[in-house]
Ligand binder design. Structure first.
Ligand SMILES: NC(=O)C1=CN([C@@H]2O[C@H](COP(=O)(O)OP(=O)(O)OC[C@H]3O[C@@H](n4cnc5c(N)ncnc54)[C@H](OP(=O)(O)O)[C@@H]3O)[C@@H](O)[C@H]2O)[C@@H](O)CC1
Ligand SMILES: [K+]
Length: 537
């Protein structure tokens, strides 16, 4: 797994490195060389334009320019002011060194001159703004960024694309769209989420020093991004002698007369994920529709109110079914009512592994007045509990004290409030967004984000059904729950890619995802076992 550090913690690592004898000047040189090396490795690089800012990100650029010049590349550095005028000592020194070495410069060019220069470039190296950037981009960089994004050259950003917050992942109205980002010391959360996903291109981490790995771990990473091989621990080792019950059974409780589909999709997804036996429990008036769609899955009719919503009279029958199941999913399409809240509360009190999604989460928010972290006794149980809120639902769970998360870091913060107040390793919050994080008490795991094709109605119901199946299939193994949840997200994402290939990226419906879950799981399992491909592996 690769650690992800908050920007402030990256600065702490920088300080720790200097204490261990690696000066900031040395770090800047290594950063510049690392960037230059990545540029050269792109191939066919004769002309490079380096755009520099006034801080240390610019300093990295001057070092890279001198290194590329030394390798025979035709380099031009564009800078807002004369190198001698740079106020930071380090940046000024490396700029002066580059000029002495013969690197040519262009100071404060008018727009048309910059455009003409960029037309000649094979690669543009973006060293305008790094982690010191805040607010809206000021001149001249706003114009420079427009010119970079309009030119045809390949763009490599140093540390972060200029205009992107490396912390929040929010881009300013001017932001470089890079083909590659060479980031220093460790991944940063803003590179992995929201606008960061669109503007970073391929991300390469340059560690800069041999002590970095240790110091980054000491700095308490805010999250860990998985590599496929990490999932080996949680891919299902299937013995040849399985029967339908030994593969795990799932109970899905949900649906309403108005919304029967969500629970149906979740049940089908659980079966496709590999649960040997799936039961769906729904309000009576929806059960007939459901059974007509589900030949392989028995549907149990539950007592309902006048609106076709499950009532609290369903409690005993649901608890009995739960007792016989390896895992339960509650929530999809269920609506929020006194009856459904009572059901969620009863299932929390059971000893069966549980996934709560959608309206089940809204019931949980109502049961705890939007202050879930204040009621740890509600989530504390002996069996696993996975909550799968999207940002809005997470906001409702913690909303009395915390605004709706609008970034990966705020998702992580809100989810941590919940898991830390609970304090046990049986609880994982899967906070869903364009960058989903599986947050356990010990660490937050980031699966590779799925494709845009996943943004379709019912996609979340499919995920929660898969999640329940994974809990059921691993019930006897005491798995690392955050990692298991991340594995499920990874399979869900892969299913999105496969479905997009089959039906077109804009056409994917949740049913298409369900049909390819098995193929997606096989593919992820194979990649986990043979990360380099079966031949080389
Ligand atoms: N961490 C490490 O170990 C290592 C870090 N290194 C590198 O250092 C970088 C961080 O350097 P940094 O702190 O000097 O900040 P940087 O990003 O260059 O920006 C500061 C300049 O931008 C300006 N500026 C700010 N906002 C602005 C705006 N909206 N619009 C316009 N301008 C704006 C700001 O102006 P000010 O706000 O001061 O007026 C100041 O002039 C980091 O990203 C990495 O590349 C490596 O060298 C070595 C290892
Ligand atoms: K940059």
């Amino acid at each position: 797994m690769q650690p992800v550090l908050n920007i402030n913690d990256v600065r702490c690592v920088e300080v720790a490195l200097t204490r261990e004898g690696v000066s900031v000047s040395e770090l800047m040189h290594r950063a510049g060389y690392a960037a230059a090396q990545e540029v050269l490795e792109l191939g066919d690089v004769d002309n490079v334009v380096v755009l520099t800012g006034l801080g240390n990100n610019g300093g990295d650029g001057w070092v890279a320019a001198e290194a590329l010049h030394g390798r025979g590349v035709n380099v031009k550095v564009v800078c807002p002011i004369e190198p001698d005028g740079l106020s930071g000592d380090l940046a000024r020194q490396v700029a002066q060194s580059a000029v002495r070495a013969g690197v040519s410069t262009l100071v404060g060019p008018p727009r048309d001159e910059l455009e003409s220069l960029l037309e000649t470039a094979d690669v543009v190296l973006d060293c305008m703004l790094g982690t010191g950037f805040h607010g809206e981009v000021r001149a001249p960089f706003d114009i420079w960024i427009e010119c970079v994004n309009a030119c045809g050259a390949r763009v490599v950003s140093v540390d972060v694309p200029s205009g992107l917050s490396g912390q929040t992942g929010h881009a300013a109205s001017a932001c470089v769209v890079a083909d590659m980002t060479v980031t220093m010391l460790s991944l940063k959360p803003g590179l992995l989420a929201d606008d960061g996903r669109d503007v970073c291109g391929a991300i390469v981490v340059a560690p800069l020093a041999e002590q970095t790995e240790r110091l980054v771990v000491d700095a308490d990473p805010v999250a860990w991004r998985t590599d496929l091989s990490d999932y080996l621990e949680v891919t299902a080792p299937r013995s040849a002698a399985v029967d339908k019950f030994s593969r795990g059974s799932v109970l899905v409780v949900g649906g309403s007369r108005r919304f029967p589909g969500a629970a149906i999709m979740a049940a089908r997804a659980a079966a496709r994920m590999g649960a040997g036996y799936v039961t769906l429990a729904m309000p009576a008036s929806a059960a007939g529709v459901a059974q007509a769609h589900l030949l392989e899955i028995p549907v149990v009719a539950l007592p309902e109110d006048a609106d076709g919503v499950i009532t609290s009279d369903a409690r005993d029958v649901v608890l009995k079914l739960a007792e016989r199941s390896s895992a339960v999913l509650v929530g999809p399409g269920m609506r929020v009512s006194g009856g459904t809240c009572a059901l969620v509360s009863a299932l929390l009190g059971s000893s069966t592994p549980l996934v709560i999604d959608a309206d089940g989460l809204n019931c949980l928010a109502r049961l705890t007045n939007g202050e879930l972290p204040e009621f740890p006794e509600v989530t504390r149980r002996t069996a696993p509990l996975i909550l799968t809120p999207h940002r809005g639902e997470l906001g409702r769970l913690v909303g009395a004290t915390t605004p709706v998360p609008d970034s990966l870091v705020s998702q992580l913060e809100a989810a941590r409030k919940v898991v830390w107040s609970d304090g046990g390793s049986e609880l994982v919050v899967v906070t869903k967004s364009n960058a989903t994080a599986c947050v356990g008490v010990e660490r937050a795991v980031l699966p590779k984000p799925g494709p845009a094709a996943l943004a379709t109605a019912g996609s979340g119901d499919v995920l929660s059904g898969m999640m329940a199946a994974a809990l059921a299939m691993h019930r006897d193994e005491d798995p690392d729950l955050a990692l298991l949840a991340a594995y499920v997200c990874e399979v869900h994402g892969y299913a999105g890619s496969l479905a997009a290939e089959r039906v077109g990226s804009h056409a994917v419906m949740a049913g298409d995802l369900i049909n390819v879950i098995g193929l997606a799981a096989d593919a992820v399992d194979e990649h986990a076992a043979f990360p380099e491909g079966p031949d080389e592996g």
